[in-house]
Design a protein around this ligand. Structure first.
Ligand SMILES: Cc1cc2nc3c(=O)[nH]c(=O)nc-3n(C[C@H](O)[C@H](O)[C@H](O)COP(=O)(O)OP(=O)(O)OC[C@H]3O[C@@H](n4cnc5c(N)ncnc54)[C@H](O)[C@@H]3O)c2cc1C
Length: 417
């Protein structure tokens, strides 16, 4: 007979969202286990994840409340300004201010955020390291490498079957395994979505000049190009290429890659040198039709994989994690069954509209800005200029990007679950 272990929650996926949720649930006194096919410390290798994440200021409060602040702060670069420009070439747009630009300044909403920046840029490897340390400190069990083979739901419990034959039993299973979620499939939850036929190319550069804590986003005809400030006068570059070109760039020699970068963005990146490997991520939209099923809840990319154009995917996932942990903590305090449909419905109601609206909004944004048809360009440039001139609208965008709108979970207000 294979071994059977009992928990309050089995979490499939020990990535950024799964690990943050595990910490939040453990903070609420729930006994959790994470399962992941990759060894937990594999995430810490410098070649594992070359991305950096724009963490909204409210999400940073959550990471602080989970005990990660001290480890992250030395590696977090303030984003005090965000400059959005619609241009054909980033270099040209940086020389003469294009009329089609939008500027966000943290000090404009400083009264509401207590002097916090619009967000922080942090390398994913730093977030992964801080999460791993906190997970270990909290004594959370991680079964890795191990993968979820199937999920069986019976009245009162769910059983997660691992590929090695062991069985984990809990009143609730959380799917946090990203876009290809096995738990989502086991629950019969469909997704809507499509590929963009493009990939995000990511590289870190040492800049030749001071970035001034400014994040730049250029809408070029081929797709968005972002230059995001990092500590030590570095920047994370993210731009879109066809998947074939992206893969060729990933595999090119250092000299060929640098030459390509200078040819495309040279005027802007004058004096920049590439640091470390480059990474290529295929871009797609994948939105789960439901967030819950009997004894199952989805969070993070398992629920909504979005285009990185607005740097919100992980922020959305961490908000899911905070909302679900809060609902479960409350249910446990009241002596309710944490996997009951009525409990999970509270989570679904809290997050479904926000997730669907943002996913649709980013998709529309990418389509609107990734083309060079003159009337479309004119219309969107008028839109950008208008938002830039209308203070309340500009401030509303900043609050939205900072994640501090709507019914905020306690963790995003910086309070414990
Ligand atoms: C180029 C790029 C830039 C981005 N920039 C930003 C940004 O600036 N800001 C932002 O908020 N977001 C950003 N994002 C989005 C963000 O990176 C993702 O939303 C986030 O990484 C999703 O994390 P996750 O833990 O939900 O899923 P994943 O990262 O996909 O993790 C899933 C985990 O589940 C595990 N797993 C897989 N299968 C199984 C199984 N069967 N059983 C158990 N475990 C399993 C995997 O090994 C992995 O550890 C960006 C994305 C891209 C591509």
């Amino acid at each position: 007979m294979a071994d059977i272990e009992r928990y309050d929650i089995v979490i499939a996926g020990a990535g950024l969202t799964g690990a943050a949720f595990a910490l939040a649930a453990a903070q609420a006194g729930l006994r959790v286990v994470m399962v992941d096919p990759q060894p937990f410390d594999a995430q810490l290798a410098p070649t594992f994840d070359g991305r950096s994440t724009a963490i909204a200021f409210s999400t940073f409060r959550m990471l602080d409340a989970l005990g990660l602040g001290e480890a992250l702060r030395p590696h977090a670069c303030r984003m005090d300004h965000i400059l959005v420009t619609d241009g054909r070439r980033p270099g040209a747009a940086s020389r003469a201010a294009s009329p089609a630009f939008l500027r966000f300044d943290a000090e404009e909403i400083g009264g509401r955020t207590g002097g916090e920046p619009l967000g922080y840029m942090v390398e994913n490897r730093r977030i992964r390291a801080a999460l791993a340390e906190a997970v270990t400190r909290a004594g959370i069990e991680v079964r890795a490498p191990a993968s979820v083979a199937a999920v069986e739901v019976d009245p009162g419990k769910a059983t997660v079957m691992l590929a090695d034959g062991s069985r984990l039993v809990a009143p609730l299973v959380v799917g946090a395994e990203g876009r290809g979620s096995t738990v989502r499939r086991a629950a019969g939850i469909d997704t809507v979505g499509w590929g963009y036929g493009q990939s995000g190319v990511v590289a870190t550069v040492k800049l030749g000049r001071d970035h001034g804590d400014v994040a730049h986003e250029y809408f070029l005809p081929g797709g968005p190009f972002a230059i995001l400030p990092l500590t030590e006068q570095r920047a994370s570059l993210v731009w879109t290429e066809t998947t074939r070109r992206g893969e060729a760039l990933r595999d090119a020699s250092d000299a060929a890659f640098h030459a390509h970068l200078m040819r495309r963005f040279g005027e802007f990146l004058d004096g920049a040198t590439v640091e470390g490997p480059r990474f290529v991520y295929p871009l797609s939209l994948s939105l789960a039709e439901r967030l819950t099923a009997p004894r199952i809840a989805l969070i993070g990319d398992a629920a909504h994989g979005v285009h990185p154009v607005a740097g919100q995917g992980l922020n959305m996932g961490l908000k899911d994690a905070a909302a679900l942990a809060e609902v479960l903590a409350e249910a446990a305090r009241l002596g309710e069954d944490i996997g009951a449909e009525t409990v999970l419905e509270r989570y679904a109601r809290w997050r479904r509209f926000d997730n669907a609206a943002l996913a649709a909004g980013f998709d529309a944004f990418v389509r609107l800005f990734s083309n060079d048809i003159a009337p479309v360009r004119l219309a969107r440039d008028i839109g950008l200029a208008a938002v830039n001139r209308i203070g309340p609208l500009r401030r509303a965008f900043m609050h939205e990007a900072g994640g501090a709108t709507g019914d905020l979970p306690r963790l995003l207000r910086g309070e414990a679950v």
